[in-house]
Design a protein around this ligand. Structure first.
Ligand SMILES: [Zn+2]
Length: 257
């Protein structure tokens, strides 16, 4: 009996696994709108958002300014304008919380949530500029590319094994480097001040937001002021507590000048 239906069961299992994997590797039927912009292939579940060409031009500038940029092919961008679709893909991937993006690095596919990106910008009032809290599409895309750029440098397991303050802080720092450099009013000291001032972090802004901004600013301090590069940052001797003490001391000295 078992021998007679086993091939059917096996066939059904293969089809199910195939369907499951196709959501991550061949999601095209779910994203029928397609365009090529600035070296990015974009797929969207609904009409591609207006002005997306400018978003990707900006994203390209951010990506090419990164320390770890080696000319790798950009991930395919899948725009989820439907939050239900984005949540569905996250659940299939085993994620309980859906944020701004989900990257399947083995497929070089990156899924983005329109609602996720806009919601973080809304609750933070579009500030601080040049951070993940701004709610910027190009920064969100560049952030994911920055994570992918770490993989050839330290391997997929190495990237996943980094403490979050280093991997997320570095990805945010790298994603916003070009935008910060192009802004004549950009000032790291001011950003540390903004981070330290509790008045900037009242609800609806969340502890998640402040924590991520802290990671970003810490890595920026280490790279810009202390002159560390990505390889230096990996050193286990570089701890979040030490970096925090140094950065806040640096900030206090700045204010006394
Ligand atoms: Zn990240």
């Amino acid at each position: 009996m078992r021998a007679r239906w086993a091939p059917w069961a096996l066939g059904a299992a293969v089809v199910l696994v195939g369907l499951y994997l196709s959501v991550f590797f061949l999601p095209y039927p779910l994203f029928p709108h397609h365009a090529e912009f600035a070296g990015f292939s974009v797929y969207s579940d609904r009409e591609i958002p207006a002005g997306f060409e400018l978003v990707l031009d900006d994203a390209r500038g951010r990506v090419e300014a990164m320390e770890l940029y080696r000319g790798a092919k950009n991930p395919r961008i899948f725009v989820c304008r439907s939050q239900r679709l984005f949540v569905f893909i996250n659940k299939l991937a085993g994620k309980r919380h859906a944020g701004q993006a989900l990257v399947i690095s083995a497929a070089n596919n990156a899924f983005f949530s329109e609602e996720g990106i806009e919601a973080i910008g809304r609750r933070n009032g579009g500030r601080p500029l040049h951070s993940r809290l701004q709610g910027s599409w190009s920064a969100a895309i560049a952030h994911e590319v920055a994570h992918l750029q770490m993989v050839p440098a330290i391997g997929a397991l190495g990237e996943r094994g980094l403490p979050p303050w280093k991997s997320e802080g570095y990805a945010d720092f790298a994603a916003n480097l070009a935008a910060a450099a192009a802004d004549p009013n950009y000032d790291l000291g001011e950003r540390v001040g903004l981070l330290l001032d509790d008045r900037n972090w009242q609800p609806p802004v969340t502890s998640f937001d402040r924590r991520h901004f802290r990671w970003h600013v810490l890595v920026e301090y280490l790279c810009d002021v202390r002159g560390l590069d990505f390889a230096d940052l990996l050193d286990d001797d570089i701890t979040q507590d030490d970096a925090w003490d140094e950065m806040t001391a640096w900030y206090s000295a700045l204010r006394q000048e």
